[in-house]
Ligand binder design. Structure first.
Ligand code: UDP
Length: 328
């Protein structure tokens, strides 16, 4: 049985990856410090003998007994509000956490895949974004802690690949959505759906002309799974090129939820990228991958998930299991 370590296992993407690897017949070791992760996302796995969980912060030295075939490093805060609340942890998990994972991969002879991001392109000056674009990032802005830790993560991963011969894979993930997102993490989709469910107005930041391209989680997981099995070490964009303005997106959510609330406008956050769309030619050519789930289908499933949550979840200020960890 192949053994895989997944960091950030209790998070949105990490938990879907755990499910996928269990389904494919792997032994899965999940790791999470539960700052932004939620054990509810993986509680169904605890009864399985092919699953174990380490409550551990990957920014500290990692010890995992036994063999490892793969390491997937998915631990990280992933919303602009989280970067503001926990900037140092955001920097550490992408830098020190990645270093620890790479050291472990080297010691175990494991193949390592890192979760990089469209944020390495910053507020991009070319459109759509191809992997050979170097980006337009403000290192000292509020998002810099995430962007730069992810850029460092790519650099150290390529260094371990080139210098130590570690087998590495880099996926650049564009905006992804689906069940198990944190309702109150501040990202646009849970924000809008949460507002609709609570009967509040939908908050569009700026004039809503900025664009994003949203990928349904099952498509993303398929792309990551294929990349891990491939022999390609350069970065690969995985996302859905179907681009939409945030104002249009708010209208779609209003239609989907049937809310009679309106859109209100708030100031655009500092360094908020104006446009974002993946060029996925590389993923098509190397992985034979492209997204299959339309936004209409994916949003419907996601809305059903949010509706199924207990009502008190809707009014929780924050879903962090370790709320006390965050200094207000
Ligand atoms: N946004 C918004 N209203 C919200 C939350 C976000 O208009 O309540 C906007 C945000 O300014 C950005 C886009 O939606 O332009 C996507 O934001 P998100 O936080 O989901 O992630 P990002 O793609 O910026 O990392």
């Amino acid at each position: 049985m192949k053994r895989v370590l997944i960091t950030g296992a209790a998070g949105f993407l990490g938990s879907h990856l755990c499910d996928r690897f269990i389904k494919e017949g792997y032994y899965v070791i999940g790791m999470d410090n539960l700052i932004t992760g939620n054990l509810k996302n993986i509680e169904h796995l605890f009864k399985l003998k092919e699953f174990e969980f380490y409550h551990h912060d990957v920014s500290k030295f990692i010890y995992v007994p036994g063999e490892l075939d793969y390491i997937l490093h998915f631990a990280s805060p992933a919303s602009p509000i989280d970067y503001l609340k926990i900037p140092i942890q955001t920097l550490k998990v992408g830098s020190l956490g990645t270093h620890n994972c790479l050291g472990l991969a080297k010691a175990k002879g494991a193949r390592m895949l890192i979760a990089s991001t469209s944020e390495v392109y910053g507020d991009p000056l070319i459109h759509p974004q191809t992997e050979d674009y170097w980006g337009n990032v403000n290192p000292i802005g509020p998002r810099g802690v995430y962007d730069e830790s992810k850029r460092f993560q790519e650099a150290i991963t390529m260094a371990y690949h080139r210098y130590h011969g570690v087998e590495t894979r880099i996926v650049r993930i564009f905006n992804t959505y689906g069940p198990r997102m944190r309702l109150n993490d501040g990202r646009v989709l849970p924000a809008f759906i949460g507002q609709a469910l609570r009967g509040e107005d939908l908050t569009v930041f700026g004039d809503g002309s900025q664009t994003r391209s949203f990928c349904y989680v099952d498509d993303l997981i398929e792309g990551i799974y294929r990349l891990l099995q491939s022999d390609y070490a350069e970065p690969v964009n995985v996302g859905n090129p179907d681009e939409i303005t945030i104002a249009q997106f708010a209208e779609e959510i209003i239609k989907l939820t049937g809310t009679d609330q309106k859109v209100i406008y708030k100031p655009l956050p500092v360094d908020d990228p104006m446009q974002r769309q993946p060029n996925i030619d590389r993923a098509r050519a190397i992985l034979g991958w492209e997204p299959k789930v339309s936004r209409a289908e994916g949003l419907k499933i996601t809305y059903e998930y949010f509706k199924s949550l207990p009502e008190e979840e809707l009014f929780k200020k924050d879903h962090n299991t370790f709320e006390g960890y965050i200094r207000k």
